[in-house]
Design a protein around this ligand. Structure first.
Ligand code: SF4
Length: 383
């Protein structure tokens, strides 16, 4: 039987080779000597499939209000230290326009989880207006938490087509330790929401936290298999960063040291690139927060998306999922210029004006019996 390092060498040279659960845990739990062969294999897979392009997705954090109380998150409902805000549709559109003028063609609207009509209508208005202004030239990704099917259908009708919902961990027992047991934090609901998104034609993204208290490499290997099992199109995986205003802060001694969280995150990116070559994978802000070279390292491990923050400065400092988040204050042109240089330094090509549809989604929709057509939804949207 081939060992994990022999399989990595075979993957690098282009042979079809599957990584078993045992291989995944061995690689995730190995010493630093595994990194070079792993990252080379992931880079070779990337080069052969989606190529060297790096896409930009501008984030607008439209509200930090949230009905949930996740133990790891600074925006949790019961954190009194957060000055809550909600941007109007005009403020969101102004931020998007700035990104569009700088050349960006892909955006992410992110908020805590809120079900109020006003919030959802703001998002719907923004989607409709973006469709009117820019038609098929831009892509809008929504990251608004777990939403009921009727609300997702409302957003689809407004032109929404892309949704990101992180499962955070595929392990139900670990999920239970990270969330209150109060009936509104249910792993099964989150999983069902992801299933609905994917089966009804949405371009679907998910992701996990890496380096959590009590998390094992076995959990992380399970996460990779879960993400492949639900057939995601895009992924964001970041290291866990503690926030002193959250209950999980007390458990920080049960988490790996910061350097190991970074290292595990990079291995997760590389393994997922090998397992799902055609999806989009971002080099997350959390990764860049823990390591000043997180962008370059993430790209070398197999990431192909970089997400500058377009949230207006007066709101930005109040959107703290974790503490110490990098707050880049440069203007967008400077960020793009430096992004090009940083991508170039690891032989990758930043393409700000390419909306960067994942090849995986294009193929998934084209497969017989899949996507919006199969769900009975007319695909009249452009976003
Ligand atoms: S992780 Fe998301 S759902 Fe949970 S408290 Fe934070 S913003 Fe809300």
């Amino acid at each position: 039987m081939m060992l994990a390092d022999e399989k990595l060498a075979a993957i690098r040279s282009g042979d079809a080779c599957d990584l078993s659960r045992r291989d995944l845990t061995d690689i995730l739990g190995a010493g630093p000597s595994v990194d070079e062969p792993l990252f080379h294999a992931a880079s070779a897979v990337l080069e052969r499939t989606v190529g060297p392009a790096v896409y930009l997705r501008g984030i607008v954090e439209i509200s930090n209000a949230c009905q949930k109380n996740c133990f790891y998150c600074g925006l949790r409902r019961d954190n009194p230290g957060v000055a809550r805000y909600r941007m109007s549709s005009e403020e969101v559109l102004e931020a998007l326009q700035e990104g569009f003028r700088a050349g960006l063609r892909s955006f992410l609207l992110q908020s805590g989880e809120m079900l109020g009509d006003e919030h959802i209508e703001t998002v719907a208005q923004v989607l409709s207006e973006c469709g009117r202004l820019w038609g098929d030239s831009v892509r809008m990704v929504l990251s608004l938490g777990e939403l009921p099917r009727a609300v997702l259908d409302r957003l689809w009708a407004a032109g929404g087509r892309r949704f990101l919902l992180r499962i955070e961990t595929s392990d139900r027992e670990l999920y239970g330790r990270l969330h209150p047991r109060d009936g509104i934090h249910r792993w099964s609901e989150r999983d069902a929401c992801l299933g609905y998104l994917s089966s009804s034609g949405w371009q679907t993204g998910s992701g996990v936290l890496v380096g959590l208290p009590w998390q094992t490499v076995g959990h992380l290997a399970g996460d990779l298999e879960y993400l492949r099992g639900i057939d995601i199109d895009m992924c964001g995986m970041g290291p866990w960063i503690e926030h002193s205003g959250t209950p999980l802060f007390e458990a920080r001694d049960s988490a790996p040291p910061v350097r190991e969280r970074v290292s595990l995150t990079l291995r997760m990116i590389a393994l997922l690139r090998i397992m799902m070559p055609e999806i989009n994978i971002s080099a997350t802000t959390a990764l860049q927060t823990l390591d000043p070279e997180g962008l370059e390292k993430g790209l070398q491990a197999g990431a192909n998306v970089f997400m500058p923050n377009l949230t207006p400065a007066r709101f930005r400092e109040n959107y703290n999922l974790y503490e110490g988040k990098v707050l880049v204050r440069d203007d967008l042109e400077t960020i793009i210029r430096s992004g090009k240089a940083r991508c170039g330094s690891v032989r990758r090509l930043l393409v700000p004006d390419d909306p960067g549809d994942p090849l995986h989604y294009t193929r998934r929709l084209a497969a017989p019996g899949r996507g919006a057509e199969a769900s009975g939804k007319a695909d009249g949207g452009v976003l």
